[in-house]
Each structure stands twice: as structure tokens, then as C-alpha cells.
Design a protein around this ligand. Structure first.
Ligand SMILES: [Zn+2]
Length: 342
């Protein structure tokens, strides 16, 4: 990629209201059968067009074809029972009804590869595809078969690696693993979480990214953030390990967060996808605010390694708000680019 400060988003974007109920997670589809398949494609096409129109350099699918970033992947695996759901606490924060692992997990076939090929056909710009990370998958499940979170994580890592290789073959330039669980379960992250992530990314020629965040802008997350104090130092646990890992890009939350910006130093040498859009607020950032957030990071990351992005996915936001934020991001990156050139 030759552009300095190539802009991107973490991944999810709001879906059109005719496709799924807006502004909620796990939103049910409004269409079914062949019409749903066509509707998902139309939404993806429109998401790409809008990202390009707003000036994003790295295009994603906006998760238009999936209901949820973790559950939709798991739904396509054998060994998981979606009828027998159990209520579990997600990342120690909120309860959700999740499927149960009842046998050996395996991939029935490619999960997102057709959708990724469809995305590839819609744009000439670099494309990024997000998959859930192994540890976050485990945290969105109830296990009645393996009896070991670590064992299940290694199974998922192998499955994710198979999927990632096929996504790469379909033309995906950047494969991102979403691991918000890295900000919560530090001991497991250190014992096997980062190793399982590297296994998921093993042997890929595509660039690999890990996204670690404080979650969507939903109430359970904003309530949790309110308990974290004036300095959020959670990244201090994962960044030193990621700095030594095979992962190319680290995606973190920054704008309007209490994350001390100097923590970025801990992943020196890696590319940094820096969150310069607050996904927990409907207020549209100004380009100057975006540029300020990015500029502050430049002390800790070289300009040619900085990727301006959003703090997290934008699925729960009103559609207009999400896209206006994207415009603010690209305008802010342009301001800083001019500054650096001058
Ligand atoms: Zn996130």
C-alpha cells in the first residue's frame, strides 16, 4: 500500500433497515430465502460504494452478510448445538444466550469465502476481512464437550487458519482477528491466547491484524468502562506479547478513551490501526479532532505504520452517523497527511 495513513474501519457497519432491524446487535433478518441472499449482496455492494465515496483506502464488507461477528462463524461449524442454548456471561459483562459445544468442532466448508470473493469483485482497493479470534469465540459459547477452554481454543485456531487461507486465496489483503477477550482474560491470554491467535494466522501471506477493544457502544460496555478508572492500562498486558508475535497489525481504541497513548510504544515495529472515531457516541467527530488523535500517536508509531480507523465496529449506530464518521476520519487523515508532507 503506497498511500500514507491508509484509512480503514474496524469492520462492522450498520445494515440497511430493509435488511435487518437497525441499531441492535444480533438483529434478526427482515428477509428470507433467495431474497435474503440477494439482499445481503445488495447491502454489501452499497456498503462498498459508500466506503469508497467517503474516501476509505481499505475496504471491508461492513459485516453486511453476517448477523454477528462471532455467532455467524460458529453457526457454520459442526459440533455446536444451536437449539440447546445456554445463558452465559460474555467477557464478564453481560448475559447472552449462546450455543453449546456438544461434539468435536469442525468446519463444514468455507464460511465467508464466497462473500469475500463477492467483496473482492466490487472494488480495486485493498480489502480486509474480520474473523473472530479463538479466545473470543470460546467466550461466546457454552462447552459441554472439551472441558478445557485451551483445548477448544486450539481446535478453533486450526479451523480459523483453514478459513483464513481460503480468504487469502479469494483475494483478501488483510485478515483481521477480533480478540476483545484479550482485554479481559489476562492469564489465559498469556498462557495460550496469543499462541492460539498466531496459530490461526500461521502461514498467511496476507497481512494479519488483531483488534482488541472495549466493545461496541452498547450500555453493558459503557457501564463497564465507567468502572475502569481514569487510566485504562489493559493493553499493557497484551501489547508486549503481540510486539513479539507474528501478527502484523494491532488495532486499538484511542479517541475519547482513557487509554494512555504511550502504550502504543509497546507494539513498536508493528503497524497500528488507531481508533480515531468514538463508536459509543452519535456525535460526529470533526476532521481536526481526528487529526489530533492521530497526531498524538505519532510519537509512538512511525507515520508509515499508522492506519487511521474507528475504535470498534459501528454496527449499532444509525447508518447516517456511521458514514458521516467515516467521512470525518478520511478528512482528518487528509489533514495530517498534508501536515506531514509540508
Ligand atoms: Zn471492537
Amino acid at each position: 500500500m503506497t498511500t500514507l495513513l491508509p484509512t480503514s474501519t474496524v469492520g462492522s457497519l450498520p445494515k440497511p433497515a430493509w435488511l435487518a432491524k437497525p441499531e441492535v446487535l444480533w438483529s434478526p433478518w427482515e428477509l428470507e430465502g433467495d431474497v435474503l441472499v440477494e439482499g445481503k449482496h445488495d447491502a454489501l455492494r452499497s456498503a462498498v460504494q459508500e466506503q469508497e465515496r467517503r474516501g476509505l483506502d481499505i475496504i471491508s464488507d461492513g459485516e453486511q452478510t453476517r448477523q454477528h461477528f462471532v455467532t455467524t462463524f460458529i453457526e457454520n461449524l459442526d459440533g455446536v448445538d444451536f437449539e440447546n442454548r445456554e445463558t452465559v456471561r460474555i467477557r464478564n459483562r453481560y448475559d447472552a444466550s449462546v450455543p453449546t459445544v456438544v461434539g468435536a468442532v469442525s468446519r463444514r466448508g468455507p464460511v465467508f469465502v464466497e462473500d469475500a470473493a463477492f467483496l473482492r469483485a466490487q472494488t480495486d482497493r485493498p480489502i480486509k476481512w474480520a474473523l473472530p479470534g479463538p479466545m473470543t469465540m470460546i467466550d461466546t459459547l457454552s462447552d459441554r464437550y472439551y472441558g478445557s477452554r485451551e483445548k477448544l481454543a486450539w481446535e478453533f485456531a486450526t479451523i480459523l487458519n483453514d478459513e483464513a487461507r481460503e480468504l487469502e486465496a479469494a483475494g483478501v489483503d488483510i485478515i483481521q482477528f477480533d480478540e476483545p477477550a484479550f482485554n479481559v482474560f489476562f492469564d489465559e491470554m498469556k498462557d495460550w491466547g496469543v499462541a492460539a491467535l498466531e496459530r490461526a494466522a500461521e502461514g498467511l501471506r496476507a497481512e494479519t491484524a488483531v483488534h482488541i477493544c472495549y466493545g461496541y457502544g452498547i450500555k453493558a460496555n459503557t457501564d463497564w468502562k465507567a468502572t475502569l478508572g481514569s487510566e485504562w492500562r489493559q493493553y499493557e498486558e497484551s501489547f508486549p506479547l503481540l510486539q513479539r508475535s507474528s501478527i502484523d497489525i494491532v488495532s486499538l481504541e484511542s479517541h475519547h478513551s482513557n487509554v494512555p497513548i504511550d502504550l502504543v510504544e509497546l507494539v513498536r515495529g508493528k503497524k497500528v490501526m488507531l481508533g480515531a472515531l468514538d463508536v459509543a457516541s452519535e456525535r460526529i467527530e470533526t476532521p481536526e479532532e481526528v487529526a489530533d488523535t492521530l497526531r498524538r500517536a505519532l510519537e509512538f508509531v512511525d507515520a508509515d505504520k499508522l492506519i487511521p480507523s474507528s475504535n470498534c465496529g459501528m454496527a449499532p449506530l444509525p447508518r447516517r452517523v456511521a458514514f458521516d464518521k467515516v467521512s470525518a476520519l478520511t478528512a482528518g487523515a487528509a489533514l495530517l497527511r498534508e501536515e506531514l508532507a509540508g
